[in-house]
Write a protein that binds this ligand. Sequence first.
Ligand SMILES: Cc1cc2nc3c(=O)[nH]c(=O)nc-3n(C[C@H](O)[C@H](O)[C@H](O)COP(=O)(O)OP(=O)(O)OC[C@H]3O[C@@H](n4cnc5c(N)ncnc54)[C@H](O)[C@@H]3O)c2cc1C
Length: 473
Amino acid sequence: MSDYDFDLFIIGGGSGGVRAGRIAAGHGAMVAVAEEYRFGGTCPIRGCIPKKLLVYASRFRDEFEDAEGYGWTLKGTRFDWPTLKANKDREVERLEGVYRRLLEGAGAKCFDTRAALADANTVVLAADGRKVTARTILIATGGHPVKPDVPGAEHAITSNEAFELEELPASVLIVGGGYIAVEFAGIFDGLGVETTLVYRGEKILRGFDEDLRDGLMAEMFKREIDVRVNAEIAAIEKNWSDYTVTLKDGSTLEVECVMFATGRTANTAAMGLEKVGVKLGEHGEVLVDGNSRSSVPNIYAVGDVTDRVNLTPVAIREGHAFADSVFGKKPWAFDHEMIPTAVFSTPEVGTVGLPEHIACQRFPKLDIYRARFRPLKNTLSGRDEFAVLKLLVDGATDKVVGCHMLGPDAAEIVQMAAIALRMGATKADFDATVALHPSIAEEFVTMREKRPAPHPPPPKTPPKKKKGYDETS
Ligand SMILES: Cc1cc2nc3c(=O)[nH]c(=O)nc-3n(C[C@H](O)[C@H](O)[C@H](O)COP(=O)(O)OP(=O)(O)OC[C@H]3O[C@@H](n4cnc5c(N)ncnc54)[C@H](O)[C@@H]3O)c2cc1C
């Protein structure tokens, strides 16, 4: 008979927590999971999945426009936000049930409540104040969006609320230059909302390869998204039916909605972590070692709460490695190198390996292969949009160390390229692979010449007023 109520208590039923719980239970552990909001966590409820559904919705506009060049006549296309939202909500609800069933089916006990630590082995359930004990604790509480401290910030929404809007605004100002800001700019623009993006840095998507950053910004301008870089918001004032946003240069904009996508921070407040000796980093993240173990030996943490690489598949792998190692007698650690990732902007970004600015520091002889071209589909449609594909090769070993793409299906293409990079593929391996023709991805196996940067710099001036779009809300 165990001295504890459970072998493992997990706080947070998101991607990392659910995977860890399911695997640990499968190894025979007595597992409990507390979730304060909705099982499944950020990814299926208010992150990756509903975001991608909105991205799909926003891209039909391109399809309708492109169809004409292919002989189609489309009349009376209309967009209805309440229909999209209702359908999206139904799918989210279905997924929430799936995650709960995954845990319960594996034998874990689910508590629908906030939880905090009383001591290193005791969890307090906020719903009824009950205390339960566990030999091992896993913190998998994720993160939440943060708003900058500007007057009127309370009037702005974050991605959380963007998914819940009852009506689509006619205009939106998004603050931020990271992937969530850029993705929502594409979503709103595609759905016909007049979209402005305000970012204090020089270029969007800090940390990504420069060719992707420049290439995407140029395409966003072409789509008449008003991208304002080196710009900062000073205040938001509420009017009768919209908001006046003042920027630090004194200029003002009137918009119906302001959205902050200015970063996320770990959910570690008021959880008793520091009291029991769990060390936190300067942004409140749980500090862990390579096995996701915190400074308290029986307390572990996985996923966004550790602020390592904040992506769903990473949280899942970290949770899986933890459960196998601690409960399955199969110790392994997740390797955070070579993680493929995408930005579901329109056009899309897919990337794996190192960006050029880092690769050139690590590899003194770096070979750069680059292609920029108009995809075949855009010929008949007349769409003025380019794809950028790029390979970075360590000239000393011939290994491909970076693979980057901007263009249609970049996420799908780069996911497959990631297998090759993970296996240590060389440029010669890419060259020896027969092209699949005609495709965009074939360019990755037909790049023969090392080329200089071919694409023009993004335009400096914001575009003129965008054209209207037929919609019902
Ligand atoms: C808008 C958006 C889009 C994204 N798109 C992508 C994408 O395309 N691809 C990708 O890989 N990643 C994406 N992400 C990131 C991804 O969602 C996260 O990396 C992932 O969900 C992290 O999983 P997690 O288990 O660490 O945390 P979460 O999934 O956030 O789960 C943490 C859970 O803990 C609960 N919780 C918090 N505190 C407590 C407490 N004290 N007691 C009980 N429960 C608590 C929360 O309610 C939450 O459900 C996106 C994120 C956002 C916000």
